[in-house]
Design a protein. Structure first.
Length: 248
């Protein structure tokens, strides 16, 4: 028996909390990007999430988990944030769900998602990409949080990136694209860079990057990069978090 359920498309998006602000007043922003491993490292994850995520203007999560504990963490320790989650699947045993999420101190003007046309192992769980637009004093900015397919062929992986790129290509303004791209070999890495380079997205080189497998990446367009680094001592997940500071 399959232990999970894929939500219908009209049930994928979930909102948690309310932002304290309307429009974004600042041109500089701190962004935190982390595949949180569904919070499986328990108290270590919670400590690291609070320590490194607190105070950031935007938080991009992959493998975010919503259960009877996670929303309390989001709402209590990040109560000034509004979270939008695109749910990949629900666990049948407790109805908890996991997916990609963006949290921010401002309310997005629009939120949407796409599912990759292929699933993991071609039949298992879907991978999602979340698109949130924000209004920076009349200027639209697109934030994209993604978790790209892992256990598929190179062709399927490539197709999933083109699906993301097609949606971004319809947006003419500044863009931040970040998440877990599952680039565990050179071929995947080069395909990824080529596809998004064609959209004039800059792939960021990260300080303190001692990762053996560079799975997590950040691309930007229309920003000056003030800081981009890996927190390579954080043990609360099987991925290290990334911290980016940008100026619009």
């Amino acid at each position: 028996m399959v232990p999970f359920r894929i939500p219908d498309k009209d049930k994928v998006l979930m909102k948690i909390g309310e932002a304290e602000q309307g429009l974004a007043p600042l041109s500089e922003m701190n962004i935190f990007v982390w595949n949180v491993y569904k919070g499986q490292k328990a108290h270590i994850f919670e400590h690291d999430f609070k320590k490194y995520g607190s105070g950031k203007d935007f938080i991009f999560l992959q493998e975010a988990l919503v259960d009877n504990k996670m929303p309390l963490l989001w709402q209590n320790d990040f109560k000034s944030y509004e979270w939008h989650l695109a749910q990949s699947f629900h666990y049948k045993k407790d109805l908890s769900s996991t997916g990609v999420a963006i949290g921010s101190k401002i309310t997005p003007s629009s939120v949407d998602f796409i599912r990759a046309s292929t699933r993991e192992f071609f039949w298992l769980t879907p991978k999602l990409t979340l698109f949130s637009e924000y209004d920076f004093e009349g200027r639209k900015v697109l934030f994209v949080c993604t978790h790209v397919l892992n256990f598929v062929t190179t062709n399927a992986f490539t197709t999933s990136l083109y699906e993301i790129a097609e949606r971004i290509s319809k947006f003419e303004g500044p863009v931040v694209l970040a998440g877990d791209f599952n680039t565990w070999n050179v071929k995947r890495y080069m395909i990824m860079k080529s596809i998004f380079r064609d959209l004039k997205l800059e792939h960021l080189d990260l300080e303190n990057d001692g990762r053996l497998l560079k799975l997590d990446h950040v691309f930007v367009r229309g920003f000056d990069v003030l800081k981009a680094e890996v927190h390579n001592t954080v043990l609360g997940s099987d991925h290290f978090p990334l911290e980016i500071k940008l100026k619009l």
